[in-house]
Design a protein around this ligand. Sequence first.
Ligand code: ZN
Ligand code: ZN
Ligand code: ZN
Length: 349
Amino acid sequence: MTPLEQKDAPHRRWNPLLREWVLVSPHRTQRPWQGQVATPAAAPRVEYDPECYLCPGNARAGGSRNPAYAGTYVFNNDYPALLPDAPPFEIDQNGLIVARGERGICRVVCFSPRHDLTIPRMQPEDVRAVIDVWAEQYRELGAIPWVQHVQIFENRGALMGASNPHPHCQIWASSSIPNLPQRELDSFDGYQKEHQSCLLCDYLREESKQKERIVCENDHFMALVPFWAVWPFEILILSKRHLGSLLDFTTHEKLAFADILRRTTIRYDNLFETAFPYSMGLHQRPSGTREVRNWHFHAHFYPPLLRSATVQKFMVGYELLASPQRDITSEDAANRLATQSEIHYLDQK
Ligand SMILES: [Zn+2]
Ligand SMILES: [Zn+2]
Ligand SMILES: [Zn+2]
């Protein structure tokens, strides 16, 4: 069998970041679909919505009112999952009933005053302004002595549980490093120890050679469907330099990051001509006083759509009980995304 034919047979792929396997079943992509069909939420078409609690000047739940902001706008979440003054405690009963107090700060960032303007349709300099806010927030929250991790993430679309269509993201700073960043940190450290090099610097070099999974790139970033992707159109954005966080970015790199975010999300929207839902998150070096040299800056996009704007991938059955599984290969997904236009479909008509 040639490597290509091998990839058409059921196989497992190794995720070196999370150190787990994903099952790939490319022969199944022709199976008929009789499952649930989702109704995609229509993208908002108004610049201002008097009912929206994120639009400028509007009242929020809890009694606060937004200022008449003209650019980005950051505020403390009115219903935070974490509290800064949560009391410290520790429970350990025979190593089985174990709990610890957790402190944190939850904020919301509105990308712009426009209710209808998502990243793929924002001007590059306005996306750059959002990146500047992310950098400031990462610096400010990370400087708090008890903060160990700052997670910046965007849930886009009702399918991902976003409660409001106004383009915004969330920032959760916490007093411990959460599960997934901790597993990645262990992988970076383990790989460094074994190979005396960086896991993602080496992976980037491999992908540049193979050129099978690249979606788009510029001088400073590459967007690709990782070899071990679980979600059908999952994307990993990697910085080409070994950077730990947004604080290491040059001005050029911030502009280039805005460029790659726009080009990635335009392709997503164009794929099924819909406001493509996803969870996106930045994975930056953990905060705190510890020197972490092995971390390599990256962003994950996890979109739930499978084969159209209405057919969604579910993580159920085998995936809940055994292992993640996908049908369409990363190579096919990358090719479909790479060949999309870089002009947003709403701007083409
Ligand atoms: Zn709004
Ligand atoms: Zn690196
Ligand atoms: Zn990551």
